[in-house]
Design a protein around this ligand. Structure first.
Ligand code: PMP
Ligand code: GLN
Length: 389
């Protein structure tokens, strides 16, 4: 448990508190429960990528790398955008390496928002969005995604976007719901950005974890190439979440603005891991499809198990999270449920309510991560059966 620092904290962040992921991981550690809370795999990514990191350290890539990121990684990121999406970025002017997607999000919001600007995003939202919008002095306007399909009301989105809107922040595939925004939804979002001269920021960290439908970058829509800051990261795609290598692809002026902030936040990002991720991005298509297949199987196993236990399960089209509803157990307080779950069942999960402004919309929803070995998922399901016995 982190000491309550609110007394000394800037008013912009007061009340945000400890992240749910830190809180729930600490709970898992304290109780020895199976951690299906924070999203990290329990096996390492490709050995050749790990070997590339070790080789980079041995080769002496241990001092500050260039602030933009090493050339071979920027080239590999540009080649990845070309290979998967037919999007062309100049690796010298339009690609920036960051310390995870987390830094990319923070630097982008700090670079592009002035006090009082509005940022439109969907709820539930990834927790760092709210905090970074607040740190930037901006205000969030949220549009609610509603189960079972996590669609949104187009009129509500139209109403949220106005002349005060500076940015639209989109996460697809979406954490925590697993929603993958479809072409019609993306076309509407793109049209609104163009109409209101809004810059889009897209968080695509789960771009290679799509099981149903397809991932289409917003930057590929008409008028969006030069008004989108596309963000992704190696953590999820290569199962090395602790390496914290992320990136931004955007027009030269947008990349330049984000880089201005990045240089004062971290200046540069972990040199040896950049070499390793450059090697990872060049892996064959087979790697990417086998990775998605493995997670699809895990999704199917955990969703079936949770249904059998009695949860209402909203099957995710992407990511490695599944959102459930606990009301079939006669309970509706997801936060209380998650805090007592280690003791009741020896399992940790995350209450979705922390990702909502409209607490009623998220109250009974609970997220489980399925990026774990099959035997761990099986054991978690068998422990959860205690809920109904
Ligand atoms: N965005 C979303 C939607 C996430 O789930 C995460 C967690 N990986 C991040 C950003 C942060 O990514 P990174 O670990 O690369 O900082
Ligand atoms: N993205 C991870 C999740 O959603 C958490 C990363 C973090 O702890 N900040 O579970």
């Amino acid at each position: 448990m982190v000491a309550d620092g609110d007394r000394y904290l800037t008013s912009r962040l007061r009340g945000f508190g400890e992240t749910i992921f830190a809180e729930m991981s600490a709970l898992a550690e304290r109780t020895g429960a199976i951690n299906l809370g924070q999203g990290f795999p329990d096996t390492d990514g490709p050995i050749e990528v790990a070997e590339a990191a070790i080789a980079a350290i041995r080769a002496g890539h241990n001092q500050y790398p260039p602030g933009l990121g090493i050339a071979s990684l920027r080239e590999a990121i540009a080649a990845h955008q070309q290979r998967f999406y037919d999007l062309t970025f100049d690796p010298d002017l339009e690609v920036l390496v960051t310390t995870g997607a987390t830094e990319a999000i923070a630097a982008t919001l700090l670079a592009l928002c002035d006090d009082g600007d509005e940022v439109v995003t969907f709820e539930p939202y990834y927790d760092s969005y709210a905090a970074c919008i607040a740190m930037a002095g901006a205000t969030r306007r949220v549009v609610t995604l509603r189960p079972p399909d996590y669609g949104f009301d187009a009129e509500a989105l139209r109403a949220a976007v106005s002349d005060k809107t500076r940015l639209l922040l989109l996460n697809s595939p979406h954490n925590p719901t697993g929603k993958v925004f479809d072409r019609d939804e993306l076309a509407l979002i793109a049209a609104l950005c163009v109409e209101h001269d809004v810059i889009a920021v897209t968080d695509e960290v789960y771009e290679h974890l799509v099981f149903d439908g397809e991932h289409v970058p917003l930057a590929s829509y008409p008028g969006m190439r030069d008004r989108t800051v596309t963000i992704s990261s190696a953590g999820k795609t290569f199962s090395f979440t602790g390496w914290k290598i992320g990136w931004v692809c955007a027009s030269p002026v947008l990349t330049g603005a984000v880089r201005m902030v990045k240089q004062y936040l971290t200046y540069a990002t972990g040199a040896p891991f950049q070499h390793a991720v450059a090697a990872g991005l060049l892996l064959s298509d087979d790697y990417y499809s086998a990775f998605a297949e493995d997670l699809r199987n895990k999704r199917d196993v955990l969703c079936a198990g949770l249904r059998e236990v009695g949860f209402e399960v909203y099957e995710p089209a992407g990511t490695y999270f599944v959102t459930t509803d606990i009301r079939p157990f006669g309970e509706d307080d997801g936060a209380a449920f998650c805090r007592s779950l280690p003791e009741r069942c020896g399992v940790v999960a995350v209450p979705n309510v922390v990702f909502y402004d409209d607490a009623d919309a998220g109250r009974s929803l609970v997220r489980f991560a399925f990026c774990k070995r099959l035997e761990v998922l099986d054991e978690a399901v068998s422990r959860l059966k205690a809920l109904t016995s």
